[in-house]
Design a binder for this molecule. Sequence first.
Ligand code: HEC
Ligand code: HEC
Ligand code: HEC
Ligand code: HEC
Ligand code: HEC
Ligand code: HEC
Ligand code: HEC
Ligand code: HEC
Length: 455
Amino acid sequence: MSRKRVRYIWIPLIIVLIAIPAGFFYVDWSKGGSGAGLYSRKWVPEAVFAYWNPDDFYRSVDSVMGEFEGEQCISCHEAVTPGIVKDWRASRHSRPGDGKDTVYCSACHGNNHQELHLPTPEVCGGCHSTQHAQFVDEKRFGFPSHALAMERALDAEHFVDKPKAEVTACLNCHSVASKCDSCHTRHRFNAAEARRPEACITCHSGPPHPDDETYFASAHGQLYLAEGERWDWSKPLRKGNYKAPTCAYCHMDQGRHQVADKSMWKFGIKQINPLTSGNEVKRKQWVALCSDCHEEDWSRQQLAGLDAERRQAWSKLYAAEGILKQLRADGLLYPAAGERPPYPNDWLDSIRPRARIGFFEGQASAFYNVSPIERDYFEMWYFDNLGAYKGAAHGDAGFVLRGHEAMDQALVAIEAAAAKLRRLGEMEKKAQARRPDPAALWLSGEYTEFNRERN
Ligand code: HEC
Ligand code: HEC
Ligand code: HEC
Ligand code: HEC
Ligand code: HEC
Ligand code: HEC
Ligand code: HEC
Ligand code: HEC
């Protein structure tokens, strides 16, 4: 008897021993396709991805033959790409200080014109090890971060599920991870340019992340707009050098190439506990930063105001989530999960269709293939809520007000829509009938077919 028991102990152990390498093997295998990331076998890259994600996709041109020294690159490219040469000449790379060697085209692109490469952060890191190490260190803080932005986009289910035309732009912004020219653009590579808010807002704008809108409406942004032209942008972002802070002053303080280390609420899409010991450390860093120009206590209160705004936002969001979950439990969502196309990438959804509600049940599933009331919640959560958060974080009271007004209206609309769904449900029960089955329309509509063919 006891011997048998000893033998049984081995069974789970052996299963675990097989499952672990099998898991690693599967992840490895799934990354081996023509795309990149976890779902690489399910999509084909666009040509432009070579520039946004050179590590995975760039292949050198082979139309020009030969190996060249730096000066030869310049003299030929003076005619081929004069704008690039002009910018390079204006950059520190063409005339570094302290007797350092000129950084020619070849230092970043290579000498052999049939084996050119586009420089990844590692290439810049060869000479700028401090900035590169700080940048890589962001990974410690998890998502979101610049260093992990490319994998975050590639591994997002909706990136793979949706038609290419709708998701191509993702990599444009998320390329902040795969090359260093997002904030100091090529080929000027100018630190002064990166200190200004315009360097960030090419990516940090629009409804889910209105950093642009909220910053420029804040007291800080207004000062920048009024006086910024006259500030000396060659000075580093340190206490005393600037009258009002810019994005980089607050998020890359002391010029650290690191935007993730102080972030408490992160993107704002889920509720967090702002008072954990880890977040208290971050709060101290924020207060120290604000104290470059403000009173310490006053600064602490500003951050407490942000937490209060978040509590209020989450009480509204949870109220809406509760309504949706109850409708789901009563089978009243229309069309219901089984009546609309399963998410192509989600096998569980095709076996056991279930509407996903809220962050923890699957963020991607909220984006599309949902019924009208779920879409209302998505917009409340993703646009109104995230906007209110950024308003509160950046000191734009108007944006906070509008975000909360919009959330209140959305909640009222969701309540009304839910009441209507319930009334219809009652009537159907009485008549022992069901509304027309929407599956035929949804499961093979124009969009669905297009989607299936072109993932
Ligand atoms: C004899 C002229 C000539 C010389 C010398 C030359 N290039 Fe080029 N380079 C070109 C031309 C022409 C193209 C465009 C090729 C094409 O599109 O097929 C090009 C394209 C490039 C590109 C863009 C590749 C792409 O995929 O977009 C880079 C980067 C580049 N050159 C770097 C260099 C570097 C670095 C050197 C020196 C080691 C150099 N070039 C020397 C003529 C030259
Ligand atoms: C400090 C590094 C660095 C130096 C020096 C440099 N480049 Fe680049 N170059 C880059 C980066 C970064 C990109 C963008 C790569 C990407 O899109 O993935 C780029 C892109 C390019 C491209 C293709 C994209 C475009 O804008 O057309 C060409 C062509 C090019 N460089 C030519 C040159 C030439 C010619 C020189 C010398 C005058 C030069 N580069 C010097 C870093 C450098
Ligand atoms: C071969 C070495 C080398 C490589 C590779 C290199 N740099 Fe530089 N970089 C330098 C030198 C040298 C300076 C000038 C520093 C000085 O004058 O003290 C410089 C200066 C800079 C500056 C400061 C400019 C300013 O306005 O103060 C930036 C920003 C910069 N590099 C970015 C990059 C990026 C981004 C890459 C990769 C695309 C890169 N560098 C690749 C050597 C390099
Ligand atoms: C090329 C596009 C691009 C530019 C330019 C850019 N960012 Fe970002 N940034 C992103 C993306 C994409 C993410 C989200 C990454 C993810 O999903 O993990 C992000 C995330 C962030 C975060 C969130 C970090 C966290 O932990 O919550 C901060 C803060 C940030 N960026 C600040 C800045 C600042 C400041 C600048 C300008 C100095 C800037 N970014 C420039 C694309 C960009
Ligand atoms: C205009 C630039 C831009 C485009 C286009 C873009 N993103 Fe982002 N994305 C960002 C920025 C900036 C953030 C971070 C905002 C923040 O922290 O407030 C972000 C955040 C995210 C996050 C959440 C990060 C986290 O860890 O919670 C995911 C996932 C994401 N993006 C995926 C995508 C996908 C997939 C696409 C294409 C459908 C896409 N993004 C298109 C700029 C962009
Ligand atoms: C999110 C925007 C952003 C990205 C991405 C970025 N930088 Fe910077 N970079 C800045 C800012 C802002 C400064 C000015 C810092 C200061 O004032 O102290 C700067 C300054 C620099 C300098 C000059 C430092 C000095 O003290 O003169 C170098 C070198 C540099 N960056 C290299 C890099 C490298 C290498 C990468 C890629 C790993 C990179 N940067 C990516 C924003 C960025
Ligand atoms: C006065 C300092 C300050 C300025 C200026 C500023 N921010 Fe912020 N930002 C904050 C604070 C504080 C938060 C909330 C931090 C938290 O929740 O931990 C925040 C939140 C964010 C977030 C969400 C991720 C995070 O770190 O929490 C992003 C992304 C962001 N800001 C980008 C920007 C961009 C882009 C600009 C310029 C257009 C900008 N910020 C200007 C202070 C600033
Ligand atoms: C580089 C200096 C500097 C830093 C750093 C800074 N601020 Fe400011 N801030 C200012 C200036 C200047 C004003 C405008 C003061 C006025 O209106 O008289 C201002 C105004 C404000 C206002 C509007 C105040 C009012 O009475 O209307 C708020 C809110 C604010 N800051 C919050 C913050 C927070 C929170 C931080 C840290 C995350 C911070 N600031 C960091 C310089 C700074």
